[in-house]
Write a protein that binds this ligand. Structure first.
Ligand SMILES: *Cc1c(COP(=O)(O)O)cnc(C)c1O
Length: 359
């Protein structure tokens, strides 16, 4: 077996121990003679997996009964629409534009015809930082994207909403650090599993229950958060295998010191790679220093040909996923939870060698 070092932006690396557990269960789950994907989502066996995954998320994020934990489908793109459909309350929704994903969310608000305002943006400097933000206390909700996967920027702390509900697209830093939901006035936090929490197909939504009743009569049943909250996310067939895989990833996070342990490791990895980039004048980085993402490290070589050569040489050395996003070009190393410190060390050694040879 030759496992590559995987720096893909999403879908992305899953720890080998998680894949091995899934492999062991694949033909015969717990000696029951079936794969979990072959049985009813209303049966006892699946029910346990479903509720344990919800329980682990509650424990890791320290959520009290004011919050509902939901599994939905449709990915991030559906959340761009589902958020305004459910949380707009006839006032103003405030958005911060920090890149492609926030722009797409704003586009859906426009399509739905809700009154919305872009109150801060970093577009004029190619989204290289998190801008100054001044939310108002009377917003229906305040929308941010906590980690900007394409540009490699991330909120170090969440902005003050003065009590308005904060809505967070946490697709690419889900379960990567501890979050105090109450202190940050979080009304809703969502993220697709495919970056930090398992395979594509499941979207985790954590929503404050008092917001569930805002939904208007013209919103289709399956697009209401309330429908899934009332049905414990079993209003229709959930992506059972994806939720099972998410459960295995949650176990792995718990074994690795919960979110505190995971976040310490993420900081070490980021310090290693940014430390190297700062010490080497061959590469340049995209994000401003105080907005740097711990998840996606965006950098480039002195010219595009060298970027291409870097990707090709990296692949020869067993490292994949390092090509930058098509919007920005250059290179990107995604160092999500499941990318080990050892893998980052090997990448940094490769980067150093490459710079020496081509500098
Ligand atoms: C990947 C990503 C999305 C899009 O998710 P889909 O599940 O592909 O719709 C949205 N927001 C952020 C921050 C992302 O990284």
């Amino acid at each position: 077996m030759n496992r590559v070092l995987n720096f893909s932006a999403g879908p992305s690396a899953i720890d080998l121990s998680v894949l091995k557990r899934a492999k062991d269960d694949f033909l015969d789950y717990n000696g029951l003679g079936f794969n979990i994907m072959e049985v009813s989502h209303r049966g006892k066996v699946y029910d346990q997996i479903h509720n344990e995954a919800i329980g682990k998320i509650r424990k890791l994020y320290n959520l009290d009964d004011d919050y509902a934990v939901l599994f939905v489908q449709g990915g991030g793109h559906m959340q761009f629409a589902q958020v305004p459909m459910n949380l707009y309350n006839g006032g103003v929704a405030e958005y911060v534009n920090t890149g492609v994903w926030a722009t797409k969310a704003i586009k859906e608000a426009k399509i739905l015809g809700i009154n919305h305002k872009i109150i801060a943006s970093s577009e004029d400097t190619k989204f290289d930082h998190i801008p100054e933000i001044n939310f108002s206390s009377t917003a229906d909700y305040c929308y941010i994207c906590s980690n900007n996967t394409i540009y490699g920027t991330q909120y170090k702390t969440y902005p003050d909403t003065k009590g308005s509900p904060l809505v967070i697209d946490a697709s690419s830093d889900l379960l990567s650090r501890e979050i105090d939901f109450k202190a940050n006035d979080i009304g809703l936090l969502w993220g697709g599993a495919q970056k930090n929490a398992g395979p594509a197909g499941v979207t985790l939504v954590i929503v404050r229950k008092d917001l569930l009743d805002r939904v208007k009569d013209n919103v289709p049943t399956i697009l209401r958060y309330k429908t899934q909250a009332d049905a414990n996310s079993l209003a229709n067939t959930p992506p059972t295998f994806g939720i099972y895989m998410l459960g295995l990833v949650l176990d792995w996070i718990i074994q690795n010191g919960e979110l505190n342990g995971i976040s310490e490791k993420n900081q070490q990895k980021a310090e290693l790679i940014y430390g190297f980039l700062d010490s080497c004048d061959f590469y340049t980085t995209h994000a401003q220093t105080n907005s740097r993402s711990l998840m996606n490290v965006v950098f480039k070589c002195p010219n595009e040909n060298l970027d291409k050569e870097f990707v090709a040489q990296a692949e020869k050395n067993n490292m994949i996923g390092l090509k930058g996003h098509r919007n920005l070009g250059g290179l990107r190393a995604s160092i999500y939870n499941a990318v080990s410190l050892e893998s980052v060390k090997i990448l940094v050694d490769f980067m150093s060698e490459f710079a020496k040879k081509n500098g």
